[in-house]
Design a protein around this ligand. Structure first.
Ligand SMILES: Cc1cc2nc3c(=O)[nH]c(=O)nc-3n(C[C@H](O)[C@H](O)[C@H](O)COP(=O)(O)O)c2cc1C
Length: 206
């Protein structure tokens, strides 16, 4: 095995065809990027007015969903005019993420769940969330697999970077080799390594 290339894990997902995303039918849709502290429902609706086709909430942690406090309620609050809308979740524990995703679906009924595998912010990475999972492909896969199974047939998408650092860029090769890409309905690639990883090793971000 090539150095730096993670082992492909054994996957146990169902063979049921994944749902397709109806908002990809005619043309490539314009997505509003999720931005913590920015993309609240007023901002999202403004962007929708200017032509955004698909909206995503800012990320919410699985633990935040379990707490169900006022702030989480605000993160998850949206109006019907915002559909199609996805709720973005982050976390590193597959069973917590699956449970949180199911709770979100039962609670606010979004059109899809989006998984955050790209956030480089320290407080997220320190808990192994966001782009930290790029260093641990089997865990990343188990999170995706658990969430896909928990909310099926609702679509699950993922936002991901090409790797944690220069060595981690092998993640892209791993995607091609493995069946991981079959887990989610759509994957949004950031053409950059995790900046947290890059800064730590004094490498350029992309
Ligand atoms: C203030 C701010 C908050 C962000 N919050 C999120 C977030 O909650 N979820 C996410 O996937 N990306 C988040 N992002 C990343 C953006 O969605 C977008 O992908 C990014 O800004 C563009 O790429 P780059 O910053 O890596 O160049 C955030 C970006 C900014 C500037």
């Amino acid at each position: 095995m090539k150095a730096g290339l993670p082992t492909t894990p054994t996957l146990h997902y169902s063979t049921t065809p994944r749902p397709s995303l109806p908002w990809f039918k005619d043309a490539f849709p314009l997505y509003l990027a999720p931005m913590a502290g920015v993309t609240d429902k007023v901002f999202r609706q403004t962007c929708k007015g200017y032509g955004a086709d698909v909206l995503v909430t800012e990320f919410v942690s699985a633990e935040g969903v379990f707490r169900r406090n006022e702030r989480t309620g605000e993160y998850l609050d949206f109006d019907p005019c915002e559909r199609p809308l996805g709720v973005q979740l982050f976390g590193a524990d597959a069973s917590h993420m699956a449970k949180a995703a199911k709770q979100v679906v039962d609670w606010v009924a979004p059109d899809f769940i989006d998984l955050n595998f790209g956030c480089p912010v320290n407080k997220v990475v320190a808990k192994n969330g966001g782009s930290a999972l790029l260093k641990d492909c089997p865990t990343l896969t188990s999170v995706a697999e658990a969430v896909v199974d928990a909310v099926a047939p609702l679509p699950v998408t993922a936002k991901i970077r090409i790797g944690w650092d220069a060595a981690g860029a092998s993640l892209a090769k791993w995607h091609r080799r493995s069946e991981y890409r079959l887990l989610a309905t759509a994957i949004c690639f950031h053409p950059a390594k995790s900046r947290a990883g890059a800064q730590k090793r004094k490498l350029p971000a992309s």
